[in-house]
Design a protein around this ligand. Structure first.
Ligand SMILES: C[S@@+](CC[C@H](N)C(=O)[O-])C[C@H]1O[C@@H](n2cnc3c(N)ncnc32)[C@H](O)[C@@H]1O
Length: 278
């Protein structure tokens, strides 16, 4: 591929989704965009890039972004964040929100739903928030992957990755080869399209934000902007979870690492008065 054509894709992805495409990832363009080119009637990726230089069809741009996102996820991914959520966040919420009995949680890169459903299962298992108004909002830039999340139907392989067998038996129903998440868990999540580059003010205030394994695809400036906007939507005593390979260090002063809790970040105003944890 000519460098000019590569740059068209690189610039488009950066502008529309924040995803950074480095030259060493150009092989991804071939494997992921060739089916898109075929669907839209372009013989080659170079011809498709020529079309993108003019006024491009928004549907084509959407297909390109969806094809270039990495949707890798699993139930209870990395285990520890979900233990921390159960052992630290739920007790904190019960203690501090007991009067209004309302909690709002945002999964900001929900992918195919495993992360928000894992949180919903942890909440159900804990039981301390029974009868509360619990809102779990799962958002993603890919509407295709959100359709999968909304469906809540997973393969044997997907449920085997990280799912305790007790949870599988309790919260899923086997239908032929597939596992369907039960309505009691499914109905706890609201899914919506949301691009992290957009204004977040319409999303309202959250108590806990999971924004895991998406900032890794952004450059430093974009990470900083996204984190700044998340801070504005987070309660002053709220918590932000990032992925294992992500941090705020060297990116923003808006958050600080929570003492003793790996992958958890506190808005800087709260950081000084962070609760002691086990
Ligand atoms: C690797 S998955 C992470 C899923 C889950 N949070 C986890 O940790 O397992 C990254 C997700 O981020 C989404 N994504 C990428 N760029 C985005 C953006 N600008 N706004 C919102 N979501 C985005 C992708 O579509 C993808 O589903």
């Amino acid at each position: 591929m000519r460098i000019e054509d590569f740059d068209v894709y690189k610039d488009l992805l950066m502008e529309k989704s924040g995803l950074v495409l480095t030259p060493d990832k150009s092989y991804l363009l071939d494997s992921r965009l060739t089916p898109v080119a075929k669907k839209w009637g372009f013989e080659t990726l170079d011809k498709m890039s020529a079309a993108l230089r003019g006024v491009a069809d928004p549907g084509l741009i959407k297909d390109i972004i969806e094809a270039m996102t990495t949707n890798e996820t699993s139930f209870f991914r990395d285990t520890r964040p979900f233990d921390t959520f159960r052992d630290v966040m739920i007790p904190h919420i019960i203690k501090t929100r007991g009067a209004q009995r309302k909690v709002r949680i945002w999964c900001a890169a929900a992918s195919s739903g495993q992360e928000p459903y894992s949180l919903a299962m942890v909440i159900k298992e804990h039981g301390g928030l029974n009868g509360w108004n619990i809102e779990i909002v799962g958002t993603d830039i890919s509407t295709d992957i959100l359709d999968t999340a909304k469906e809540g139907i997973y393969s044997q392989f997907e449920v085997q990755r990280g799912m305790p067998i007790t949870m599988l038996m309790k919260y899923f129903e086997q239908v032929d080869e597939k596992w369907h998440i039960k309505p009691e868990i499914k109905n706890m999540i609201q899914y919506r399209y949301f691009n992290l580059l957009d204004s977040m003010t319409g999303l309202g205030r959250f108590d806990i934000v999971f924004c895991r394994n998406v900032l890794i695809y952004f450059d430093r400036e974009t990470k900083g902007k996204v984190l700044g906007k998340i801070k504005a939507q987070l309660a002053p005593d709220g918590y932000l979870f990032l992925g294992g390979a992500e941090t705020v260090i060297g990116i923003t002063d808006e958050f600080q690492a929570a003492p003793d809790l790996r992958g958890v970040y506190l808005p800087t105003t709260q950081a000084a008065a962070a609760p002691k944890t086990a």
